[in-house]
Design a protein around this ligand. Structure first.
Ligand code: SF4
Length: 248
């Protein structure tokens, strides 16, 4: 049988869309990042990549240029007043800088990133995104930086994407200082209020039960299984066409 996902490489947000609601997924739904988080992530990734290439660069200067370029690419200038664009630019810089304050360059050397890689669950390839790999100057351990749409520690730990990253990257991070090989992941994102959130997860949070559930879920997805949630608590753009979902 050809799986319903045949030919598709699932992105992180498409897999999360299925977790939210199978009907939402099959209608083409995607759990998108907020525009602020998307720009902050891109600014952080661009800055990290520039510093890896040229460690002598001033991170603030690089961030400023990246933020300007990325905001321009969104076309925000065409739809907002200049003062709003300036404020968004200032706010983006503040948040991106907060990430560098949380994982300071004085303590962590950027070594690689951003990058994506593919892992396979059942018959379906899933693309995982890593914003950067940092090496601790203190004990040479590798640290993974990632972004998440989930804000609570519990949700980040139980996110299928977190679980897949912890599992697949544990082999990429070699043993150090007599510790077992492990993966230390720093997840960032933005609250609706526009402030930064930060969660730490490591290999000790790997949950074999969740990993089994992911495999089951992807198999269900491959069979084309779909059903709307009733009653549906989500504010969803498909409410009007979803057969059984609650109407607004
Ligand atoms: S309205 Fe609710 S049940 Fe329907 S697709 Fe959207 S999330 Fe799923």
């Amino acid at each position: 049988m050809i799986p319903a996902t045949a030919g598709e490489i699932l992105t992180e947000n498409r897999l999360r869309a299925f977790v939210r609601c199978s009907e939402f997924y099959h209608l083409g739904g995607n759990l998108e990042e907020s525009s602020l988080q998307e720009v902050v992530r891109s600014v952080y990734e661009n800055t990290l990549a520039s510093i890896i290439r040229r460690p002598d660069l001033d991170p603030l200067h690089v961030m400023n240029k990246a933020a300007y370029r990325l905001i321009k690419a969104t076309g925000m200038q065409d739809t907002h007043m200049q003062s709003q664009v300036t404020e968004f630019h200032r706010h983006t810089l503040l948040i991106a800088n907060e990430i560098f304050t949380t994982l300071p360059l004085a303590h962590y050397t950027p070594v690689f990133g951003p990058f994506t890689y593919i892992t396979r669950v059942s018959k379906t390839p899933i693309e995982l995104r890593i914003s950067g790999l940092l090496r601790s100057k203190k004990n040479k351990a590798l640290h993974v930086v990632s972004f998440s749409p989930y804000r609570e520690q519990h949700s980040v730990n139980n996110d299928p994407i977190t679980q897949l990253k912890l599992t697949t990257l544990k082999h990429a991070v070699p043993p150090h200082n007599n510790r077992k090989a492990d993966c230390r992941m720093h997840s960032f994102g933005t609250y609706n209020t526009g402030t930064l959130f930060y969660r730490f997860t490591d290999t000790s949070h790997r949950n074999p039960e969740i990993l089994k559930q992911i495999t089951t879920m992807v198999r269900i997805m491959e069979q084309g299984f779909r059903y709307p949630i009733t009653p549906c608590p989500h504010n969803c753009k498909f409410k009007e066409i979803c057969q059984i979902g609650e109407k607004k």
